[in-house]
Design a protein around this ligand. Structure first.
Ligand SMILES: *Cc1c(COP(=O)(O)O)cnc(C)c1O
Length: 419
């Protein structure tokens, strides 16, 4: 099946796949046969542990237990309990993470809270290439609070936080991994520069947590948010998580003061009094079905060191980059992702003039990727379930799509709602 040019690569991939790797846990996922799924950075595949838990939550806990399940199943503390499961994946202590709401909502809350921790400072610095929702939310926070929003190139952060301008910065918002290019930033360095200016570092970990170490505590990260449905595999619309460093928990003043964040919610007191610790980030009743699906999904990480996950991720992306140089560079593809392993997350971005058509044609060949404006084919390498052989298949199918110009099919002139 494999065309001659890739035959040697397939032999090498099979060798790599025969080696025992603790981070290879494909049997814990329910993936459709015949599909190479390179979009787990957008929606993680279904962990096998999830369906029985969701069935139990719906039929027994909700159906039979009814309202008593808030106590009997301890639904009330699920946000903290699931947060504690995420904590080791991001290098936080178990009492520094809580799961609640969406990433967008949590970004809003943490940016306002960060600003309140730095009264008198009137500037928010936001990474200029940030995921759109991060920029939109930061712009609204700036408008609401009368702050200056300054987009910043993280490579030029040193200059941006120098002198009197730096002394006005309340917070720097950045993503560990760029959602488009796959470039990874140095969390330690950016956080240090923010701190040198007296500002807080607020990180979006959506494209890194679950695929690579984050080490928020080791790097002194102040606040962080991240997505529950990408590498964490919680399913469509899974709630997001928030990390609040212990040092800030006592003074943190989030803007959405709902009753779930109250110190004594069932006292039904007229005045708001924030809960101790990270629980004060909670707002209202959480989506229990999604939250418990996420809890079940996170069991795929049980007993796994995130560094082993990172090694496997780098092995997969390195193989892809090598093969792309050899087999795709001449076919109209340009590599956008940094070649240095330290410089990338767990995804690779290729530019192609007909990128949208490439992604759709590739999908018809059983390789699922996604398209990002303006000309990016984005390929996510979920380390727990992909093999090196899958990487070879992806390169092979990309080459075939290009060789037969399948990206020109008139069906791809109309864009789907979700690309
Ligand atoms: C996926 C992602 C989000 C998602 O936000 P939602 O509120 O869940 O839609 C936010 N920020 C980044 C960087 C992301 O990658």
């Amino acid at each position: 099946m494999t065309p001659a040019p890739l035959a040697a690569a397939r032999v090498r991939a099979d060798e790599l796949d025969r080696a025992v790797d603790v981070a290879f846990r494909r049997d814990r996922f329910l993936l459709p046969a015949g599909t190479v799924y390179l979009d787990g950075n957008s929606l993680g595949p279904l962990p096998a542990a999830v369906p029985p838990v969701v069935a139990d939550v719906v039929t027994r806990q909700w159906g039979q237990g009814l309202v008593a399940s808030w106590n009997a199943e301890d639904w009330w503390h699920a946000p903290e309990r699931v947060g504690a499961r995420i904590a080791p994946l991001v290098g936080a202590a178990t009492d520094e993470v809580v799961v609640a709401d969406s990433t967008s909502v949590n970004l809003f809350a943490m940016l306002v809270a960060a600003t309140r921790l730095r009264p008198g400072r009137r500037t928010l610095l936001v990474e200029q290439a940030a995921f759109p929702t991060d920029g939109y939310i930061a712009a609204s926070v700036a408008r609401l609070l009368g702050l200056h929003l300054r987009p910043v190139d993280l490579d030029c952060l040193t200059a941006a936080v120098q002198g009197s301008a730096g002394r006005d910065v309340a917070a720097v918002l950045a993503s560990q991994v760029d959602y488009r290019t796959g470039r990874a930033y140095d969390v330690a360095q950016v956080t240090r520069l923010a701190h040198d200016a007296g500002a807080l570092a607020v990180w979006d970990l959506s494209h890194s947590a679950g695929a690579m170490p984050v080490d928020v505590d080791a790097h002194g990260v102040d606040l962080a948010v991240g997505c529950g449905y990408k590498y964490l595999g919680g399913g469509p619309g899974a709630p997001s998580y928030v990390v609040v460093a212990r040092a800030h928990q006592g003074a943190l003043d989030p803007p959405l003061t709902g009753w779930h964040g109250h110190a004594r919610p069932f006292a039904m007191a007229p005045a708001y009094e924030p809960a101790l610790g990270v629980s004060r980030v909670r707002v209202g009743t959480p989506p229990i079905l999604s939250l418990l699906a996420l809890e079940a999904a996170l069991t795929v990480f049980d007993g796994l060191d995130i560094r082993a996950v990172r090694s496997r991720s780098l092995s997969l992306t390195s193989l892809f980059c090598d093969l792309a140089d050899e087999h795709l560079a001449g076919a109209g593809f340009t590599m956008l992702t940094p070649r240095a392993p330290d410089g990338r997350g767990s995804q690779v971005a290729l530019r192609h003039p007909a990128a949208y058509g490439v992604v759709r044609a590739l999908g018809e060949r059983g390789v699922v990727a996604d398209f990002r404006e303006p000309d990016i084919v984005r390929l996510g390498f979920g380390p727990l379930y992909l093999t090196h052989a899958d990487v070879v298949t992806a390169v092979e199918q990309l080459a075939a799509v290009a060789a037969h110009r399948e990206f020109d099919d008139p069906r791809w002139t109309v864009r789907a709602t979700v690309t």
